[in-house]
Design a protein around this ligand. Structure first.
Ligand SMILES: [Zn+2]
Length: 167
């Protein structure tokens, strides 16, 4: 929504932003992408510095309360520079390191009700706690593997402090 159609091509010198307004780049160093360990697992996710503590803490609770995150699976990831799937005018929030996909093979893009009974309500509560939006609540195409930050960078820092998370 933050990039007009063709905005990327028309304004090559404008700093890129992902769909949620966070700075996006092909170069992970430029936007401070760091690796975060998900507590309770040996899985690491790559996320933006100001978003990573929220996403990693969310993922730890997901692993504990929703379902185990597949160990060593290749389908769990965060930062990745790309468009929203099927779109050419919107950069995915993975491009700013502010989104993660969990257990993607169990929860494929477009599928609905892929979580066990009662889990969706807990997911929604956890997302509210960490300032995230769940792709399972998208109005059109559902994306139940997908979780993204829906706070500004400033709000994210405030939330990290309020929750007492490690930076
Ligand atoms: Zn995703």
């Amino acid at each position: 929504m933050n990039q007009p159609a063709n905005g990327i091509a028309a304004m090559p010198n404008t700093p890129l932003k992902s769909d949620n307004g966070w700075p996006a780049s092909k170069d992970p160093a430029e936007i401070g992408i760091k690796s975060y360990l998900i507590k309770g697992t040996d899985i690491k996710i790559r996320c933006a510095k100001k978003a990573g503590p929220l996403l990693a803490a969310f993922a730890a609770e997901f692993n504990e309360k929703i379902e185990p995150i597949d160990k060593g699976a290749l389908d769990d990831w965060g930062y990745c520079f790309r468009m929203v799937r099927g779109r050419e005018d919107r950069l995915s929030n993975h491009s700013s390191g502010t989104a993660i996909d969990l257990n993607a093979t169990k929860h494929p893009l477009g599928a609905e009700h892929t979580f066990a009974e009662g889990k969706a309500a807990i997911i929604i509560e956890l997302c509210a706690k960490y300032g995230l939006k769940w792709g399972g609540t998208y109005r059109n195409r559902k994306d139940e593997m997908h979780f993204e930050v829906c706070l500004t960078p400033k709000q994210a820092t405030e939330r990290i402090n309020a929750l007492g998370l490690e930076q």
